[in-house]
Design a protein around this ligand. Structure first.
Ligand code: DI6
Ligand code: FE
Length: 402
């Protein structure tokens, strides 16, 4: 079924720029974009439906390419404690931090996890998000990681969103393996990843490379196991210290390296050469009150593609709005609104290996787009959260009541 969408302007994001078409028209057939261009050049055709977008600005559907949306409980109590002066280390020593979310996630049923994650995803949906990546990593044993990944798959079946799953079994050391990190890594490589991949639950493999998590040598073993299974890799790297994780990720042709506040110029060069996307997470930077900024000039100089994501998680970024992340990327990291928008469209698609089908308004790509009632695209990074009037189209169908 062919539909004509017109009376709009388009920020197509082709090439990672606004690539604006004023007075644009789009033709969709089923779930794909069949034509896009200036309305004056629209070829004659028969349309089952013609939709007047009333002068809206159309952008690709937003893509949140780094989230930990599935988890039990939340850590608002820790937030309160930290503000009363208890340190993160003291909280962790008392069994808090990631360990407390692991306990709550292990204790939760799949249905409970599905319900709480659905609610959080609805906030993202209302923000114009049509594709989201979700990581496991709060289970840390085979049964609990499987439970999380199955919930992630179910979220993609029950909500009008494209969901990509990432296995983050190497997120933290589970209590069963205290002082035995190498044994846990061996267990991930020999047992967890092969079993979870065999069940079709894993689109990519991630790890947390940090002095308080896993070393580059341990991460490399996970990457080798992922490669043997034919799975692409990503990495939490250089968030709190510089360990060269982003260069390691580049050596394994990672889809992305994420956080990156402490990355070096050499890391940026390696990532550019490998086509590894830099995913910046301003929500975590803000929430942890970090001061070391990611090296924007080095990333730009070497031509590294930059994506922006929410990092939605209970410990370091309880962020329920991707548009708020756009604003933070601009105010905190000094991205331009154009760079920020590319960061949640084309470059986010690349960070998920979806750039052939998602992330820009181009013929042949999926018809996932948002028609925003705004005067200029920069408004998407300008407003601090809230809800903007818009119409969301996914796979060529308008979503009602998002
Ligand atoms: N980096 C982070 O910021 C989160 N995980 C990660 O690898 C923290 C997750 C948490 O504190 O629950
Ligand atoms: Fe994260």
């Amino acid at each position: 079924m062919k539909k004509l969408w017109h009376r709009c302007h388009a920020a197509t994001m082709v090439g990672g720029r606004y690539s604006i078409i004023e007075d644009a028209a789009l033709v969709t057939r089923a779930e794909r974009i069949e034509w896009i261009g200036p309305r004056a050049e629209l070829p004659a055709g028969d349309y089952a439906e013609t939709i007047d977008l009333g002068g809206a600005w159309v952008t690709p559907g937003l893509i949140d390419c780094h989230t930990h949306t599935v988890f039990g409980g939340n850590r608002s109590g820790e937030f309160e404690q930290r503000l009363e002066g208890v340190s993160y280390a003291e909280i962790a020593a008392a069994g808090g931090g990631i360990a407390s979310t692991v306990r709550a996630t292990r204790a939760a049923s799949a249905d409970e996890l599905l319900a709480s994650a659905s609610q959080r995803l609805r906030s993202l949906l209302r923000d114009g998000v049509t594709t989201v990546e979700i990581k496991s990593g709060y289970g840390l044993d085979l049964a609990s990681e499987r439970k999380m990944l199955r919930v992630i798959r179910r979220l993609g079946e029950t909500l009008p969103l494209t969901v990509r799953s990432t296995c983050l079994a190497a997120h933290a050391l589970p209590p069963e393996y205290a002082e035995r990190a190498d044994d846990y890594i061996a267990h991930i490589c020999a047992e967890m990843l092969p079993a979870l991949a065999a069940e079709g639950l894993v689109d990519a493999v991630d790890a947390f490379c940090e002095y308080l998590a896993f070393s580059p040598a341990q991460v490399e073993r996970v990457f080798i196991a992922a490669r043997a299974l034919g799975l692409p890799v990503k990495l939490h790297a250089e968030q709190l210290s510089s360990l060269g994780g982003s260069s390691l990720a580049a050596r394994y042709r990672a889809l992305s390296a994420d956080h990156l506040e402490f990355m070096t110029e050499d890391d940026a060069q390696a990532m550019a050469a490998a086509g590894t996307v830099a995913v910046l997470l301003p929500g975590a930077f803000y929430f942890l009150r970090e001061t070391q900024l990611p090296p924007m000039q080095a990333l730009r100089r070497h031509g590294v593609a930059i994506a922006i994501a929410s990092d939605l998680n209970p410990g370091t970024s309880p962020a329920l709005s991707v548009r708020l992340m756009l604003n933070m990327a601009c105010t905190l990291f000094r991205l331009t609104p154009e760079e920020a928008l590319a960061g949640v469209t084309l470059h986010a698609a690349r960070a998920l290996g979806l750039e052939a089908s998602h992330g820009s308004l181009e013929v042949g790509k999926v018809a996932d787009f948002v028609a925003w009632d705004i005067a200029r695209p920069a408004e998407l990074s300008y407003w601090l959260g809230g809800e903007l009037p818009k119409r969301v189209v996914r796979h060529g169908e308008e979503l009602i009541n998002v």
